[in-house]
Write a protein that binds this ligand. Sequence first.
Ligand code: GLY
Length: 335
Amino acid sequence: MKRRKFIEKTSISGLGLFSISTLVSCNTTNEDKKEVKSGAITTNVIKPIVIATWNTPTAVNTAAEVLKKGGSALDAVEEGCKIEEANSKNQTVGIGGLPDRDGAVTLDACIMDEKGNYGAVLCVKNIKHVISLARKVMEETPHVILVGEGAEQFAVSQGFERENLLTEASKKAWEEWKVKSEYKPIINIENHDTIGMLAIDKKGNISGACTTSGLAYKMKGRVGDSPVIGGGLFIDNEVGGAAATGLGEEVLKTVGSFLVVELMRQGKSPQEACEEAIARIVNRPNSNYKNFQVAYIAVNKKGETGAYAIHEWFSYNLHKEGENKNIKSDFYLKN
Ligand code: GLY
């Protein structure tokens, strides 16, 4: 099958496979609004904050709880993402994720801390908490990426348990997909595709995490944006953070999350930066953007947030000033 046809057949359904991107903010006190220096600019930072892709209230609350207790942004995003990785009803992340074309569930994840450290695992089978595994790669190895069997072996050596990630519901969905001769995915009607999460802790440090089972019914070995630095996630503690959800191939072609952070560095607000990054995708020559979804979330050092998508139906959870809200994102295809 030609690449374009393959993408048409699989990408839109994959929009049901988004990752989690989250930023959380919690109860805010005057202590939390101290002035901090970011580069040459002195700003009032509202913290802690958590923001995450899609309707992920429990994941965001979990991250917020970590921050409220004085935990680090890194701990917060890991604990938040683990909630969805353990949620077997979420068919886009962790256990219960929809499999590849051959029926194998393979997971991708990455994490970044406030020092610019990065760890990732790609195409991992049988390990549910790949976000924690990505953190282990970052903290316990001299490398930044482990793939497939090597990542699984490393997981077991670190005490992770192997388990079957293919639930009955996801197996049934895959079997139904296989027999449909005219399989036509529907754009982004599902809740998720990826969890991308960003958090600012009480010290004002920013970290982020991204975890996914990737595009539904992908080719064996396919990896999208979620575990790739600058694609599904990027953090620069001097500037802010960004995370992506949607068709990873399109995010990667524009190095989307890195682009959002660099645009913020140049003075754009998180909202303006997300809109510009979506415009880069839409305006690519022969862009097929009407047939796929991409969305970004972002936070800057001041605690300002933004989000933007190509299509309707993208929402994100924001925990800020003690409140956790699911917010419908603005989007490009309004008419
Ligand atoms: N954004 C998830 C993926 O494309 O794999």
